[in-house]
Ligand binder design. Sequence first.
Ligand SMILES: Cc1cc2nc3c(=O)[nH]c(=O)nc-3n(C[C@H](O)[C@H](O)[C@H](O)COP(=O)(O)O)c2cc1C
Length: 186
Amino acid sequence: MEALEALTTRVSAGKLVDPAPDDAVLAQLFAAADRAPDHGRLKPWRFLVIRGEAREALGQLMADALARREPNAPEALLEKEHGKAFRAPMIVVVVARPIESPKVPEIEQVVACGAAATNILVAAYALGFGGVWKTGAPAYDEGVKKGLGLFATDHIVGFLYLGSVPSPLPPVPRSILADYVQEWRP
Ligand SMILES: Cc1cc2nc3c(=O)[nH]c(=O)nc-3n(C[C@H](O)[C@H](O)[C@H](O)COP(=O)(O)O)c2cc1C
């Protein structure tokens, strides 16, 4: 798919199934991430690939985190939380690992990681895969971060759920760009 077509038609996938991107596709996705705009080329990102049985441990981390946040959460809710790790055959956790820099504030580094995440999603879409970016409470949970082996100073920018789409994704209606874009004149 042409780059501009991918950029202007990408849509999140509601359902994701096997097969997940293989290692060759993943390499392309991370090559795309690596070309995200990044002030100072600090590469303040880390990507954790979670697939197959490893999703079980992620589901447990998410359920344990919910149980800590909500000690009275019913079992069904904990199971639902656990099941989130199985919404797709693969999850790429996009992590911002800020680097001390006199020139590049942390927010710019987190934004660069957001750009890298977007590149991954658009590249996956262009290669015929589906994806969706999720965060929710687990992204901001210290226990989840610790369980994933991250530093307390890291930020989980997103869980990118990736896989194949079982049926074609519906096109998204075009926005009225004039609602968001205006020529600025002094
Ligand atoms: C930082 C970030 C976090 C998000 N977190 C969630 C989330 O936790 N749950 C969710 O349903 N959508 C989340 N979204 C939005 C979806 O990924 C998606 O973009 C949105 O539903 C619009 O669909 P579209 O991408 O097809 O336009 C998040 C998006 C961003 C950029």
